[in-house]
Write a protein that binds this ligand. Structure first.
Ligand code: ME8
Length: 650
């Protein structure tokens, strides 16, 4: 019997070509690449799609500003994206452009079908139009008379247009979201979409008169109009698969993950899902809306002009360091302030000190003690703890992929890096070499260390493909990582004894303090210029007023303290483990002078759960406890009666 092929598909948004790409675009694309590579390692046939969104007002305006034809402009800019993806080692299977014939034909076909089925109708329309976002808003949507999304000015427009009967799918969509937990992630964003759907859902204006916007796909049933850029762009996800009748049989629909920034979740969750319903296709299995990279708290964006240029970062730090940093630094789903200082910190600690050093020391020991040959282990039955650690680690990593918890995946892999470094230290090969019996054990230790490095290379491959390949090369293993696959991690011993290692250059050279200072001085980013350690100031009076929206950005959760201990050499700090229902957080709190660790166990506290992690006395703190300072006596905020862990506090 023929075993059916396992298939998997993933997409990024198609990016506007009104300007060159920045690190925010690279973020989504790298995140998708990691999943695509991981699934291929797991034996799936993957279809990974990215592309460029080349129609609409923004793009036309950009071409006009440059004084060139829109087609010439989009041809130039789409290349900038393609080149950047090559630089970042992005393994996309296709790249779709909305100005391509295959896309335009499908958009036309879909429009005609929906028009024939009376899913599209013509009406007169008066509304407020936001040109940068290319969206109409009603009077009640506006915030202080401005666009509710980008807060910029809107203009009143009255015209005849075509509408897609989106409103009729409102109940279906609500039901679909409610009955499919993972359709929209993270949960907070899912709740936002459900909140949006509590208001009546209108129909969607899907045309723009040609005299106002000539740059778009003409409506097949009315020459006087072009297609609204979002209706056009969303169809890219299927136009890459060919004509409508073929899409269902490719095995790649529904898409497993549409990755996108939180700015475009409504268009995907609401417009795209209802469009698919009308066309007769199932919605994607998952929409994951990640957070924004910000600079000093402001979204990094082309229009604000506060972007970080990805090519410069790659020149300075290398591709894999950037790929690693973006996905390790901030949980996928939350916003993160970009800092070169933090990037250098990660390169030095995680990459140079931990991983790079592990490879170097292993290479030099195999060279010194075994003449550059991976030895035959003297016993294959020893070191079960190490082997179990790798077994459990690999399984944990695989589970974490289900929720796209990139930072946790990397954290888990680095526990294996630490375990291997510890294994070397505990066994001290430099002592084993001194005695005959020690030498017997040495062969086993060096073999196992090489096998650990092979496993780590496979696990980091989706994130840092080039570095993983270099590690394999240094180990002397010629079989490609894709060929070895995750399958090869199921049993210990995939590394062959007797092969010659090829020690090479240091994988991640450390950036010393002088160089770091030079780099930081040459960077314009205000974040790095004024970066101070996180601190809070005690203010006697009432602080400036904030809007409720700002307050709601702070995620306060109840948590139960399950472990507490003093931090060595600190009078003030305690290290706590706090259970917040969905996970256990490590929190460093300055309460040691007022609370004994034992007093705190089982106490329910309030945790600021979305505070960016910081290190205090070298210990990571993933949140902050709320407390009052009562004349120097710190008193923890609490409850009576006690709610369950993880309850949101407002
Ligand atoms: O919205 N942080 O294109 P776009 C993180 N063409 N990610 C960011 C980011 C930031 N500061 N800035 C941009 C469009 N992104 C439409 C999409 S899809 C059918 C049409 C990423 O060029 C993030 O993925 O404005 C965001 O959703 C996307 O780029 C927006 O790119």
């Amino acid at each position: 019997m023929k075993i059916p092929e396992k298939k998997f598909s993933i997409t990024t948004p198609i990016y506007y070509v009104n300007d060159v790409p920045h690190i925010g675009h690279a973020y989504t694309t790298i995140a998708a690449d990691v999943i695509a590579r991981y699934k291929r390692l797991d034996g799936y046939k993957v279809f990974f799609l990215t592309g460029t969104d080349e129609h609409g007002q923004k793009v036309l305006q950009a071409a006009r500003d440059l004084g060139i034809e829109p087609q010439e402009h989009v041809d130039q800019l789409h290349n900038r994206f393609k080149e950047l993806w090559t630089r970042f080692n992005i393994s996309n299977d296709d790249f779709i452009r909305t100005t391509e014939k295959r896309h335009q034909t499908l958009v036309s076909d879909i429009l005609q079908q929906l028009y024939d089925r009376k899913e599209i109708y013509k009406d007169s329309y008066e509304g407020w139009y936001c040109t940068p976002d290319e969206r109409f808003w009603t009077e009640k949507d506006l915030v202080n008379g401005n666009c509710p999304e980008c807060k910029r000015k809107v203009e009143k427009i009255q015209e005849h247009n075509y509408f897609f009967k989106m409103g009729q799918y409102q109940d279906w969509l609500k039901k679909h979201i409610k009955s499919n937990d993972k359709f929209i992630q993270p949960t907070s964003r899912r709740n936002e979409v459900l909140g949006f759907l509590e208001k009546p859902l209108g129909d969607l204006c899907i045309s723009r008169p040609k005299e106002r916007l000539p740059w778009g796909i003409p409506l097949p049933f009315d020459e006087g109009y072009v297609t609204y850029v979002w209706f056009d762009a969303l169809i890219n996800y299927i136009s890459a698969h060919g004509p409508l009748e073929k899409i269902g049989s490719t095995g790649f629909w529904p898409v497993n993950h549409h990755l996108l920034g939180k700015d475009i979740l409504t268009t995907h969750a609401v417009y795209w899902s209802t469009m698919l319903k009308a066309i007769g296709f199932d919605p994607a299995l998952n929409l994951f809306a990640h957070g924004w990279w910000t600079i000093n708290g402001h979204k990094m964006s082309k229009s604000v002009g506060n972007t970080v240029e990805p090519n410069l970062l790659v020149d300075q730090f290398g591709v894999d360091a950037i790929r690693y940093f973006l996905l390790r630094e901030v949980p996928f789903g939350l916003d993160g302030d970009f800092s070169h200082k933090a990037l250098i910190g990660r390169i030095n600690s995680d990459l140079a000190n931990n991983l790079g050093n592990l490879l170097n020391r292993t290479m030099s020991m195999i060279k010194r003690y075994h003449d550059q040959i991976i030895p035959e282990p003297n016993s294959r039955d020893e070191d079960d703890d190490l082997k179990n650690e790798f077994q459990m680690g690999t399984e944990a990593v695989q589970k974490l992929y289900d929720d796209l918890a990139y930072n946790k995946i990397l954290e888990r892999i680095w526990l294996l890096v630490d375990a291997t470094n510890k294994y070397i230290d505990t066994n001290s090969p430099w002592n084993l070499i001194k005695t005959e019996s020690g030498k017997q054990r040495l062969a086993t230790v060096m073999y196992n260390t090489a096998e650990c490095i092979r496993s780590i290379s496979i696990l980091i491959y989706p994130f840092m493909p080039k570095s993983a390949e270099t590690m394999m090369e240094q180990l002397g293993i010629e079989t490609s990582i894709d060929e070895q696959g995750l399958e090869s991690l199921k049993t210990w011993g995939g590394t062959k004894s007797g092969i010659k290692i090829r020690p090479g250059l240091q994988l991640f050279p450390r950036i010393d303090d002088k160089d770091a200072e030079k780099i930081l001085n040459s960077i314009e980013s205000p974040n790095d210029k004024d970066q101070k350690p996180s601190s809070h100031t005690e203010i006697e009076g009432i602080c400036d007023q904030v809007l409720i929206d700002d307050f709601m950005k702070i995620d306060l959760r109840t948590g139960k303290i399950i472990e507490a201990e003093k931090i060595k050499k600190s009078k003030k700090l305690l290290k706590l483990k706090v259970d917040i229902g969905t996970e256990v957080r490590q929190v460093v709190a300055g309460i040691a002078e007022c609370y004994e660790p034992d007093q705190l166990i089982n106490r329910t506290i309030i945790l600021v759960a979305n505070l960016k992690p910081v290190k205090l006395m070298g210990v990571e703190s993933q949140g902050m406890l709320l407390a009052a300072n009562n004349n120097g006596q710190v008193v923890l905020a609490g409850f009576d009666p006690t709610p369950r862990q993880g309850t949101r506090v407002r």
